[in-house]
Design a protein around this ligand. Structure first.
Ligand code: XMP
Length: 334
């Protein structure tokens, strides 16, 4: 009989066998459920030989880095290093327009670059301790749907989208020696990953968090990603999520966010005409993230959001609600 408790115990055993007595594992955490669950599992399996790193890619949600640090350090005792690489990411993203794949590649490759440096730094720091060991492993929170989508999109037509957290990217880490990939959630769907999180004693609000993609807000800012444009999307997103929570709707929605589009519309602000970009709100309900329905807000609710965003966020002209299910739309914008 398969239970999550057994799965958890088995995974812990597998991880210990794989990594050995001295092996060290480097893991990325993003603030999302999957990477937190992975981190908790790894911490349970190998304790201090697991090193969690949060890379601030300049495209995180409002207050994200600070919140993740508290959640993992206070609740779980996981040692977490936050690396602020936002300038590096944003400089590389400058000038990339009309090329979502390029954006994803930049986010993925820069992420590896930052990680590679961090791995060497952690290894050097650990070299003098009695628990010294080489970092040979890299932890990723890849879920079953990520694996499937990456395979099925690589048909005779071009790859539609590169999934930021599916294999291959770690090959060139550590100066070409590479890090071996551990993906303990590879066979799980989202709801199962959440169950595993509860099993591991993660706090309910962390386990219940909406997923957040590795490339972050960069794939929710359609068109060029600049500091200013990320900030607009981030502020609108914060208001949207805050209102969703206030209305008690957060747990009924699978994923929600505000995106910034590249069209400019005309509007009036005060007594001036403005020509400014628009915000799109997206909220979906899904169990497996492979298909998704649009969340059915009341008109009154979306109107409240629109007016708050228009009042509190500068530099935009309108707010739209995305009524496209998946398929044909994807959950993210790019
Ligand atoms: P799409 O947009 O493909 O998203 O319908 C399905 C689910 O996957 C998440 N997603 C990603 N997660 N790296 C991630 O870690 C990525 O590159 C990525 N792209 C999409 C998305 O947020 C949704 O939950």
């Amino acid at each position: 009989n398969w239970t999550m408790e057994k799965f958890c115990d088995l995974e812990v055993e597998k991880i210990r066998a794989l990594v050995g007595e001295k092996g060290q594992v480097l893991g990325a955490v993003s603030g999302g459920v999957d990477s937190s669950v992975c981190a908790a599992l790894m911490h349970k399996a190998i304790g201090e030989r697991f090193h969690a790193v949060l890379v601030d890619n300049g495209c995180m949600r409002m207050n994200e880095c600070a919140e993740v640090k508290v959640a993992l350090e206070k609740n779980l005792g996981i040692n977490l290093t936050v690396v602020d690489a936002s300038d590096l990411f944003l400089d590389k993203l400058a000038g990339v327009v009309n090329d979502p794949e390029k954006k994803r590649k930049i986010m993925g490759n820069t992420f590896i670059e930052v990680f590679e440096k961090e791995a060497l730094r952690i290894e050097e720091a650990a070299a003098n301790s009695p628990k010294a060991g080489k970092i040979e492993w890299f932890l990723q929170g890849t879920l079953y749907p990520d694996v499937i989508e990456s395979i099925s999109f690589k048909g005779p037509s071009a790859t539609i989208k590169t999934h930021h957290n599916v294999g291959g990217l770690t090959d060139k880490m550590k100066n070409g020696q590479g890090l071996k990939l551990i993906e303990p959630l590879r066979e799980l769907f989202k709801d199962e990953a959440r169950e595993l999180g509860r099993q591991l004693g993660l706090p309910a609000e962390l386990v219940g968090r909406h997923p957040f993609p590795g490339p972050g807000i960069s794939i929710r800012v359609v068109g060029e990603v600049t500091r200013e444009r990320v900030e607009i999307a981030r502020k609108a997103d914060f208001i949207f999520i805050e209102e969703i929570r206030k209305a008690g709707l957060y747990d009924q929605i699978s994923q929600a966010y505000a995106a910034l589009l590249v069209v400019n519309a005309v509007g009036v602000q005060g007594d001036k005409r403005v020509h400014a970009p628009v915000i799109a709100l997206r909220a979906v309900k899904t169990t497996d993230f492979m298909t998704a329905d649009v969340f059915d807000f009341s008109r009154k609710f979306t109107q409240t959001i629109a007016s708050r965003i228009m009042n509190e966020v500068d530099g935009i002209s309108r707010v739209f609600y995305d009524e496209t299910p998946k398929p044909p739309g994807t959950i993210e914008m790019e």
